[in-house]
Design a protein around this ligand. Structure first.
Ligand code: ZN
Length: 147
């Protein structure tokens, strides 16, 4: 009985872990649009995401209208945990849920936005600052699926 419980817990853990890191796939039956966009890279670090630590050592917004307020590092504007495949975009143009295929990066989904991400400029999430820097700024012909 105990072994069954352990197995169930393991499976539940795998399911939870799996859904958090699910790879993004293009939706079926939705026509895609081809467009050239500026793609930059970012990671959860304070340099990329504009945060600093307050006197308690807690992350707070460094500037903008939320300056000084608590920042949940690694959480996106749509409430998901940022992971490889998370894209920040101008959501008036590319709403949350829009799927992109970016050559050299793969599939991604719009789950975040940023103060200086406007128009045909998307920001691609990377796990480390080194990877984000290595990507740099690239103009790419991308495939887009609006949901
Ligand atoms: Zn960074």
């Amino acid at each position: 009985m105990r072994r069954v419980m352990a197995w169930l817990l393991l499976m539940a853990g795998l399911l939870l872990f799996g859904s958090g890191c699910a790879t993004v796939h293009p939706p079926r039956g939705v026509p895609n649009v081809e467009r050239t966009v500026l793609a930059t890279g970012y990671c959860p670090c304070r340099e990329c995401c504009g945060w600093r630590r307050n006197w308690l050592g807690r992350p707070v917004y460094a500037s903008g209208p939320l300056a000084g307020q608590r920042k949940d590092v690694g959480m996106t504007a749509s409430g998901t945990r940022a992971h490889k495949g998370t894209i920040a975009a101008d959501t008036s143009r590319y709403p949350f849920g829009t799927i992109f295929y970016i050559p050299g990066y793969g599939y991604g989904r719009v789950e975040d936005r940023g103060g200086d991400i406007k128009g045909d400029h998307i920001d691609l999430f990377f796990e480390s600052h080194r990877e984000a820097l290595a990507w740099g700024r690239r103009y790419r012909q991308v495939q887009i699926w609006f949901q």
